[in-house]
Design a protein around this ligand. Structure first.
Ligand code: IMP
Length: 195
């Protein structure tokens, strides 16, 4: 695969303004201008984030979304629940929400959890590649903080005491699954350019 020139502008298919802010904060540091594409994209059901992100990217390309394009799929995986809600995180957030998860974990000592993010990328020739980022941490006993979105107020990254909900985007970006997946993408694209 060849990234023809250094990427100056990239389209990001998402309707989540928080994801957009996190991604554009990081990519702007590398001189990449991120353009939000709010188009509704068909998302398949699967237990596998890479499959979901890649298939959604194909669907976005098929419906004419411009390239270079990125798309992201992510989820919260709770160890004592065998990885639930995982790829169903957005549905679970909308239905039982933070309080639902806290309730399920009432009296559960093992609070270990991880967020995973998959960034799927298509270059101008529509070659596709995906990058995965993981942040390990634990589920708090109560929701804290008003920053971010989704499960941010109940997730504490390892070695820290604040939840993601208590961190402004720049701080969350030091630790997050999304930031890690993006850094893999950036490092890969820099290597491709210098080939
Ligand atoms: P999707 O990637 O849009 O399918 O949604 C993933 C869902 O996982 C979101 O709706 C959130 O509930 C949750 N999630 C993924 N990443 C994060 C994050 O960085 N903070 C909080 N919740 C997240």
């Amino acid at each position: 695969m060849h990234v023809q020139d250094s990427i100056k502008k990239i389209y990001f298919a998402t309707s989540n303004i928080h994801k957009f802010t996190e991604v554009s904060n990081i990519l702007s540091k590398y001189g990449i201008n991120v353009i939000m594409v709010r188009r509704k994209i068909l998302e398949i059901q699967s237990d596998n984030l890479i499959e979901i992100a890649t298939q959604s990217l194909y669907n976005a390309l098929k419906s004419g979304t411009k390239t270079p394009l990125i798309l992201e799929d992510s989820g919260l995986f709770i160890r004592s629940l065998n990885g639930f809600p995982g790829p169903y995180s957005s549905y679970v957030y909308r239905t039982i929400g933070l309080n639902g998860i806290l309730k399920i974990l009432e009296g559960v000592e093992d609070r270990q959890a991880e967020f995973k993010s998959v960034i799927a990328f298509a270059d101008k020739s529509m070659n596709i590649k995906s990058f995965i980022g993981v942040v390990k941490g634990r589920i708090s006993y109560e929701a804290r903080g008003t920053y971010g979105f989704g499960f941010d107020p109940i997730f504490i990254p390892n070695h820290l005491s604040k939840t993601f909900g208590e961190m402004p985007p720049q701080e969350k970006n030091k630790y997050s699954h999304r930031a890690k997946a993006l850094m893999k993408f950036i490092n890969w694209s820099l290597k491709e350019i210098n080939k």
